[in-house]
Design a protein around this ligand. Structure first.
Ligand SMILES: Cc1ncc(COP(=O)(O)O)c(C=O)c1O
Length: 432
């Protein structure tokens, strides 16, 4: 093992991170190679800087004017668009993202968490977590209704075993006991869990009481000696439409809760800032007892994964996002308007579904937030999906042949009532 990796492992020894690192994670270190030397030269090489493989002229990267001229004149220096982004992301953007995170999650105030690291989107953040902290023999717990990519990343890519619990109780609440039971049943007394609220595919966010109960259940397991890595996938954070929904990330309740809980927040500009194609995500760490030195070691291991996979992340996206978040004149207004529109569609959908109460073909699962809702299907969801496509030219998603997911975020408000009507009609036709 490389000496620098040994140093980082030494720094993390005895912490919850030490218990969670995979073999790859243990081997990772940030080399004092080209990137580190270039960063050093960036500070001190005032005469000539001959470190980086980037064509430059007059202090700026060279560029194609056909690209540069697509931007409003004076908006960005060439270096803000064409240069490599620093490893881990633009320092200012990282600081601003953290500031906003604390504003959106007031109970994070004063808590010790790491500086968010920029990733190439939230998928990349999760993939980094899998590489660094999971491997064959490890268990990942997720709800039975969860984003399908978790399985691809954690099971098929790094070989972890996936265990699930039913997301809902029979009454339609978050199944805290089911989650606790499946975690408690893991013999090694060590597990990773991903919880995603608002949930994809169901559009469910726990109530404030449920969120507290989730945190308490995880803390009680930690008190019993179980070691937990809790990843909050906050992809749809902020799209809460009901008064009683928990509006803070689970991460804020867990990042200082117990030495046996390693809390990680994976979030992204993707949906929160409506820049789906930009590929900007973030990883933030928090655990009781972790010091700045620990976070530094953790961030170095995370940087090493980035360096050895995508090298670094999208620069123009980061520059544009930073500008919007810091000096944008319509940033807050536009975000609020989009949320209001999503909420309008949510209420229209609720009203449309009311007409079908008691219909046993398609039973809407509880939803209160986010982009989606899902139906529990009496017949084959795949049959219905195909039938809708072939006969009505309507696209929706089948999950495991028992769930049909509607992404109402992408349907105009005026069309939602008609959509629901056709889905119910098609179910009756397809499954007769
Ligand atoms: C729950 C969940 N997590 C993560 C992602 C991935 O986000 P990104 O596009 O930033 O990789 C998605 C996107 O669909 C998602 O639904």
């Amino acid at each position: 093992m490389h000496e620098l990796a040994k140093e980082l492992n030494q720094a993390l020894q005895g912490t919850i991170v030490d218990a969670m690192l995979s073999d790859v994670g243990r081997r990772m270190f940030f080399p004092k190679g080209i990137v580190a030397q270039s960063a050093e030269a960036g500070k001190y090489a005032t005469r000539f800087n001959a470190t980086i493989g980037m064509a430059k002229s007059k202090g700026q990267p060279m560029y194609l004017s056909d690209i540069y001229n697509q931007f409003v004149e004076g908006a960005f220096l060439p270096s803000e668009l064409f240069a490599y982004a620093p490893g881990g992301g633009e320092p200012k953007l990282r600081a601003v993202w953290k500031e906003h995170m604390i504003k959106k999650n007031p109970s994070l105030t004063g808590k010790s968490i790491s500086l968010p690291i920029v990733t190439g989107g939230l998928t990349h953040a999760l993939q980094m977590m899998a590489q660094l902290y999971a491997q064959e023999g490890d268990t990942l717990v997720i709800p039975d209704l969860a984003w399908d990519n978790y399985e691809l990343i954690f099971a098929h890519q790094v070989g972890a075993t996936i265990k699930t619990f039913e997301l809902y109780t029979p009454e339609g609440a978050f199944n805290v006991q089911g989650m606790r039971d499946v975690l408690a049943s893991i013999e090694s007394k060590k597990a990773r869990i991903i919880l995603n609220f608002p949930n994809n595919p169901t559009g469910y966010t726990p109530t404030k009481t449920e969120m507290r109960a989730i945190a308490d259940a995880l803390i009680s397991l930690a008190e019993e000696g179980m070691k937990l890595m809790v990843i909050s996938d906050d992809a749809y954070f902020g799209l809460f439409f009901e008064e009683d929904s928990a509006t803070e990330s689970l991460f804020s309740l867990l990042c200082d809760a117990h030495e046996n809980i390693f809390a990680v927040k994976c979030d992204a500009a993707t949906k929160e800032e409506m820049v789906w194609g930009f590929r900007i995500g973030f990883v933030t760490y928090g655990s009781k007892g972790l010091t700045e030195a620990h976070y530094d070691a953790l961030n170095k291991k995370s940087l090493a994964i980035i360096r050895s996979t995508v090298s670094n992340c999208d620069k123009p996206g980061q520059s544009m996002l930073l500008k919007a978040m810091t000096t944008g004149s319509s940033y807050e207004v536009d975000k609020e308007a989009a949320k209001i529109e999503m909420e309008r569609r949510y209420r229209t959908l609720k009203k449309a579904l009311k007409k079908y109460e008691g219909n046993t073909l398609l039973i809407p699962r509880p939803f209160n937030s986010g982009y989606f809702m899902s139906f529990k299907c009496k017949g084959s969801a795949e049959t219905l999906r195909k039938y809708l496509l072939d006969n009505y030219q309507i696209g929706c998603i089948n999950i495991a042949d028992v769930t049909l997911r509607l992404a109402y975020c992408s349907v105009e408000n005026e069309q939602i009532d008609e959509l629901v009507g056709i889905v119910y009609q098609a179910a009756a036709e397809a499954w007769n």
